[in-house]
Structures are given as C-alpha cells and as structure tokens.
Ligand binder design. Sequence first.
Ligand code: NI
Length: 192
Amino acid sequence: MILPIVAYGSPMLRKVCDDITPDYGDLKKLLDDMWETLYNSNGVGLAAPQINKPIRLFLVDTVQIVADFNEEDKKEYPNEEPIKQVFINARKIEDTGDMWTYNEGCLSIPKVREDIRRQQKVRIAYMDENFKEHEAVFHGITARVIQHEYDHIEGKLFIDYLSPLKKRLAKKKLDDISKGKVRTDYRMLFSK
Ligand code: NI
C-alpha cells in the first residue's frame, strides 16, 4: 500500500525517533508499504517519520541511481557500492573523510534542491529487518543517502544546513509546502 508522505511543516519531521523491538506491530507489512511508497515516488531513501511514524527506521536503495551512472559519474564515483537495505534502530558512530558537495532533495520538501556539504563516509551501527546487528562503513552516494535518512530519525532536515542567506531565499517555497501549496505526483500529508 502506498502511504502519503509527510510534508515539510509537520512536527513529525522534527521528532527524535524511538527504537523499536522485534514485537513491533506488523513490521513486514510496514516495510513492504515503505518500499512501495519509496518506489512510487522515485526516491532513493525513506525514513519512518516521513510516513508519520516516529520510529528509528529507514530504507535506502541506491541500486538504480548507480546503474544509471553516465561515464562522468563513473569517473567521479569509481568505487560506488550500491545497497538496498533496511536500517532499524540505527546509531551513527561517525562521519569521516573530506567534505564534498552533493545536490540533495527530499520527498517531504518537494521541488527544493540544494547543494549540501557532508563528509564522504559514515560509520553506522544498525539492525536489519531480522533485528540482526551490524556495523559498517559506507561511502559515496550511498553514504550521502544514509546521512540524509539518518538525519530524519534525529528530527533533522537537509535544509537545516543552509546558510542564513540561502534559507531566506528558500523561505517562500518552504512556506508554500507547509501550507499545502505544492503539486507532486505522489500523495502528501499536510499538517495545516
Ligand atoms: Ni528526506
């Protein structure tokens, strides 16, 4: 089932999310719905608060984006290892490596894209859908998506990294989104 995506302006997107336990509701169905929602909106990552659940759960699928690399992208990201992975109860251990810029967007903030600087690598502890514990380092675009989705379960959004000037420039668009004045080809949930 495709779920509506919580739009910018909702307090849900500002919550520090809680861990879940293996007896959490119908997790299999929730994950199926989240994958379906992600693909329906052509996203590369989706976090639970974006579907109105304040829990530490997000999905990342960078397989397609890497498969679509052109020659220039391949040169720029030579060691890209795509993943399709569920992250449960994730705790970021550290961001490492040089800062780099990537043009980010977010399904909750449609039609806003901004160059955001983050570090190249992320070390993260998490559980998979079977609650098996993992710790791993990711890099490149995959790290970027994980960092973005991890921020969601900490109540942070990519626009929080904008300079005061860029934030002022984006304000009208953000206000419009929070008032429901935006058109998307996926269903959204507005708080006002
Ligand atoms: Ni996002």
